[in-house]
Design a protein around this ligand. Structure first.
Ligand code: 5AD
Ligand code: SF4
Length: 427
């Protein structure tokens, strides 16, 4: 989402005559687009700002800006403790950036705008994209779910959806510009609702755009994965066979405390249904360990659900206290050592599930989109299956952006290794 927002800001600044600088130390202005989701993300921003400060010591006229979610949540801290930050702008205020830069130039005062909007979707602004495979297309912003651990509803505000017309125009432009894959984006992508048009209907319309080889979307909430959505995915070859299904926790009591609005049973049934309607669908998840009050037995339920579903991959996190969220008020916070031990356990479990899932691919022929050169060898390429698995294979005469049949020979670590199937063999 932040990568997409940065492209939006770049597009907006280009319209005003600004240009991307060749390197940070030669820039007149440096911005960091920030994430506040966990403490670790914030720490990274603080260290990046430390680097920016060094550049500014060399060139005092340089403007330093903090954009996005941390600007929203930490503006007072930034104003008090980081006087070298000149501009602080929340995720609904990007349009004001050129104006605030101008004002800062005139009077050298700090410029701050962190107002949240109920309407801003940057409908008319097209992002400035570097050439590549995938184009991020934001379709909705904000979140109304209020999971008790999550800062997003506070930093990004209420849910609002962008018009179908402007989304289609942006996707068509991306295809014309040479992108072969698009990822529809939103904090809660499948609660998309524009004048009654729901997410699966939008997806269907996008899938019909000529020249679009692959469509992905992220991040959905399990509550909004509908039968209609699964059927739409099954009916269009260019909608990737991949669903991100964030579990967070396996215990009903913890799920309730998290305000996740589904039970363990509902979740496991849903995962089963995904695999029924979309055979071989890649399923990834998010897991939080050490949520306040989580007992050993409740944590074990997370491992049990993981064992039952065997996700293809998982993003795993230790619970991190976020200012202003309900879960910070719970008194039964979990010790850091306990969180760490639990995290290690979910990582070990997931590693073996990933390998097990990947082993099912051995012997199959998969359509792989060639995306980049392999890191290991100049004679190899790396690409993804539509179920989101990385495959390494010998380059031969394949060009980046081709979709080619690859015979999978081995599952190793988190990726697959295979051999290009020659046209004659494929036929
Ligand atoms: N602590 C740990 N993980 C969190 N996430 C969101 N908020 C927190 C938090 N306070 C995780 C969730 C979410 C993912 C994007 O980040 O798993 O799905
Ligand atoms: Fe955060 Fe996602 Fe929950 Fe919204 S649905 S509050 S973005 S975890």
């Amino acid at each position: 989402m932040n990568a997409a927002d940065s492209e939006l800001v770049e597009g907006l600044l280009e319209r005003e005559g600004y240009k991307r600088a060749a390197s940070p130390d030669s820039a007149d202005a440096l911005f960091v687009n920030t994430c506040a989701i966990r403490e670790h993300a914030e720490e990274k921003v603080h260290s990046r700002l430390g680097n920016f400060q060094k550049f500014k010591q060399e060139r005092p006229d340089m403007v330093i800006g903090v954009l996005g979610c941390m600007a929203q949540s930490l503006k007072h801290d930034l104003l008090d403790n980081k006087p070298y930050v000149d501009v602080i702008l929340g995720p609904d205020s990007y349009r004001r950036l050129p104006g605030l830069l101008k004002r800062h130039k005139e009077d050298k005062t700090s410029q701050v705008d962190t107002t949240l909007s109920r309407f801003e979707v940057y409908d008319d602004l097209f992002p400035s994209r570097q050439e590549g495979i995938n184009a991020w297309v934001s379709i909705m912003r904000g979140c109304d779910k209020f999971c008790t651990f999550c800062i997003v509803p506070f930093t990004r505000g209420r849910e609002r959806s962008r018009s179908v017309e402007s989304i289609l125009a942006e996707v068509e432009q991306a295809v014309t510009d040479g992108f072969v894959e698009i990822t529809l984006l939103g904090q809660n992508v499948n609660s998309y609702n524009y004048e009654g048009k729901r997410f699966h209907q939008l997806l269907e319309t996008v899938a019909k755009i000529p020249g679009l080889k692959r469509i992905r979307y992220t991040s959905p909430h399990p509550q909004d994965i509908t039968e209609d959505l699964l059927v739409t995915m099954a009916s269009h070859a260019n909608i990737c066979n991949y669903v991100h299904l964030p579990l967070q926790a396996g215990s009903d009591r913890i799920l309730k405390r998290m305000n996740r609005t589904y039970s363990r049973d509902h979740f496991t049934n849903l995962a089963g249904r995904v695999r029924e309607v979309l055979p071989n669908c890649g399923i990834s998840t998010d897991i939080i360990v050490g949520f306040p009050g989580e007992t050993d037995a409740e944590f074990k339920e997370t491992l049990d659900v993981m064992e039952e579903i065997k996700f293809d991959s998982a993003f795993t996190f230790k619970y991190s206290k976020r200012r202003g969220t309900k879960a910070t008020e719970y008194e039964d916070q979990i010790l850091e050592e306990v969180k760490q031990t639990r995290l290690e356990k979910v990582i070990v479990a997931q590693k073996s599930h990933t390998l097990e899932r990947n082993q099912h691919y051995v012997g199959r022929v998969e359509s792989v989109l060639a995306e980049k050169k392999s890191k290991r060898s100049i004679h190899q390429l790396a690409g993804r299956t539509d179920s989101n698995k990385w495959v390494i294979f010998d380059k031969e005469d394949v060009q980046i952006k081709d979709i080619v049949p690859v015979h999978i020979l081995e599952a190793r670590g988190i990726s697959l290794h295979g051999q290009l199937l020659k046209k004659a063999e494929a036929a």
